[in-house]
Design a protein around this ligand. Structure first.
Ligand code: ADP
Length: 199
């Protein structure tokens, strides 16, 4: 029987890095961030609904989503954020389920679904998505999170700090975790921890 793992962690905790390690180990990976970008491609249902419910200024003249404008808007307007989520989340979930079903045909031992907002989703719905069998949470110290994310995104630590404050707390992520991956050391250390967990 295939087990579906939900992989989560805050910004800069190491989700992408762990995902890559798991991919290199030959596991099928579903990245909900990528699915989230695919559902808002030009001419998509989501884009049409964003235009209708949140205004046509959110769509660029070439038909793509004006991410910068929309991001700024939902940062300051919780109502708009809810509307956007009600458009996107069901579509992303449906695509996730589709991808899981596709991978299951090959009967892998594990399928890994990277879900940055899994703890947020749990806090909102009081339950995990039904397709998740087990949760792996990645953690690192706050200093490392600030350092790594600001360096990667070429942004200042104050902005990363603000994003961290808007995300679920480390406690909320630990609460839903079946396994915790601690990413306080080197990437080599991280590889070892992940390999051990796989065994
Ligand atoms: P996330 O996807 O959770 O936001 P990333 O995997 O992108 O986090 O990691 C954030 C940044 O930190 C990336 O540039 C990554 O290469 C780097 N990084 C991740 N883990 C380590 C580590 N153990 N040591 C040094 N750098 C790391």
């Amino acid at each position: 029987m295939t087990k579906v793992i939900g992989l989560t962690g805050g910004i800069g905790s190491g989700k992408t890095t762990v995902t890559q390690i798991l991919k290199d180990s030959g596991l099928p990976i579903i990245d909900t961030d990528i699915l989230a970008r695919q559902v808002v491609e030009p001419k998509s249902i989501a884009l049409k609904q964003i235009r209708q419910k949140l205004g046509k200024d959110n769509i660029n003249t070439d038909g793509t989503l004006n991410r910068a404008l929309l991001r700024q808007r939902i940062f300051n307007d919780s109502e708009a954020k809810l509307v956007l989520e009600s458009i996107l989340h069901p579509l992303i979930q449906a695509e996730t389920v589709k991808a899981i079903e596709k991978h299951k045909k090959n009967n892998p031992k594990l399928i890994v679904v990277a879900i940055p907002l899994l703890a947020e989703s749990f806090e909102k719905n009081g339950q995990l998505p039904s397709y998740i069998d087990e949760v792996w949470t990645i953690v690192c110290s706050l200093e490392q999170q600030l350092e790594r994310a600001s360096k990667r995104d070429n942004s200042n630590k104050e902005l990363i700090q603000k994003i961290i404050e808007q995300q679920a707390s480390p406690e909320a992520r630990l609460k839903i975790a079946d396994h915790v991956i601690v990413n306080n050391g080197s990437v080599e250390d991280l590889k070892k921890s992940v390999k051990m967990l796989l065994q």
